[in-house]
Design a protein around this ligand. Sequence first.
Ligand code: TIU
Length: 233
Amino acid sequence: MTSAPLTVPARPYEFTFDPATTALVVIDMQRDFMEPGGFGESLGNDVSQLRSTIEPLKAVFAAARAAGLTVIHTREGHLPDLSDLPPAKLNRGNASLKIGDLGPKGRILIRGEYGQDIIDELAPIEGEFVVDKPGKGAFYATSFGDILTEKGITSLVVTGVTTEVCVHTTVREANDRGYECLVLSDCVGSYFPEFQRVALEMIAAQGGIFGWVAPSAAFIEALAPLPAASAAQ
Ligand code: TIU
């Protein structure tokens, strides 16, 4: 099934997409990254930096669900026996709590734990996909690519955290596989304001080397244009 293509004003130029072949991708909006006591904080980060993504994402969810878009959530995490956790990832850095250690919200970044799940505000609903991934990118060692193929998806609208880590890795992986990616600038978040700005610049630079960038309001407007009368007010 295809429908009429829609257009979003974006950087570096307009992003055109068909809702029937477009998925909303929500990367790792998990307590482990968004709330105190999780993996993100254990790495020394101020998790409050990511909270500004929640309200814009709620509006994007409403618009995407009303338009019938495929919605795919991801969660970074590992098996309880850590068999899918490379020592290089376990030992990297100077975390106060390592992956698999017991924190206030359960074992850090372990599948099935309270802290590893998606925050209440952005919980998936029935019919949406939830993909668990052991790496930063959504394609590595997951069913993500198969879901896109089965659903006939060619374009991704990418949101989530963190911008320069799991969002960037996923967009780069998707770009190499031929997907057109629009990143919603206010629906992705970083612990570092400078990284947020530069990571978005990197996507749209060089004629859109990895994809397009637009604010969520432009995407919502493309999905559900305001009636002319109210738009003029
Ligand atoms: N540390 C950091 O910025 N991010 C991650 O470890 N994972 C994701 O980005 N989801």
